[in-house]
Design a protein around this ligand. Sequence first.
Ligand code: ASP
Ligand code: CP
Length: 342
Amino acid sequence: MSSHLLSVDSLSRDHVDHLLRVAARMEPIAQRRQVTRVLEGAVLGNLFFEASTRTRVSFNAAFCRLGGSVCDTTGFTFSSMAKGESLYDTSRVMSGYCDAIVMRHPEQGSVAEFAAATHVPVINGGDGPGEHPSQALLDLYTIDKEFTRLGKSLAGAHVLLTGDLRYGRTVHSLIKLLSLYAPMRLTLVAPPGLEMPSHLIDLVASRGHRVEQRDSLASDFSDLDVVYTTRIQKERFTAEMSEGFSLSRDFTVDRAFLDARCSDTTIVMHPLPRDSRPDANDLDVDLNGDPRLAIFRQTDNGIPVRMAIFATLLQVEELIEKDLRPVRWFVPGRVGVDDAPF
Ligand code: ASP
Ligand code: CP
């Protein structure tokens, strides 16, 4: 693994497996049973130039749970980029203050440009419609954990990716990551104009996976293991695209779709946020409380995976177990009122 995490392209299958193993070792800390101070004294710089809840807060929390401290900047308005400062200068300045940097930016390639000006590890927290590598790692970690619970294997699995596959950076990173594993079946369903970029389909097909594109969810998905649905990324649409675009209800994953077309062991994932406004037709809230809905287990998994990324980049993963002690505060057994008992 290089000193930055900018794209899943820099990860081999061995790197990914190692990261997921380190993430599993982080679980006692992520689940608030144990405390470590292994990153005591280290400072994380969080630079977010686009909206974020999960990525910003969970990278922050992951660093704190390893014993480090965090400096947060959100939005261009409160950064000197608003005064015309370049990515290069910002990167060099931040590197003098911080031991690791997470950055989200609306332009594809911008985080890599920033990282080229520093030796301090930089993590891409999302660059426009480009990539979101830490999300793909936590998605894969989630699939692996859910499959272990269900007695399933990734080899030969059937995964449906649906929604905005053109601008959704999480699916761009995820499909590449999945393609490192044993051949599986990938079905892609997107509204017209929002299909997965062809270079990604070609890459995955060239690695021996069976990829099928469909224009509707109205098929039999009874052998489906994972449905991964995504929000329409309207903020990335051109003016002509936005005009008159509305997502038809036919693309909505809801309880009726799951009950009629999938099975009891099909898990539902979404990188979140889900757009819960009435006309958005994003993942339906009627699945709340259904154990197949894995979205909040998925967000919880962001903590151990992001801890593993820091531990690996800052080379402390072998020290973790030496430094553990039990937590002293009250932690509820289940954090959500609808959480399944596993
Ligand atoms: N939160 C994810 C991202 O930033 C997905 C989304 O926003 O729809 O890429
Ligand atoms: N999944 C994700 O990146 O969420 P945020 O946009 O809230 O960070």
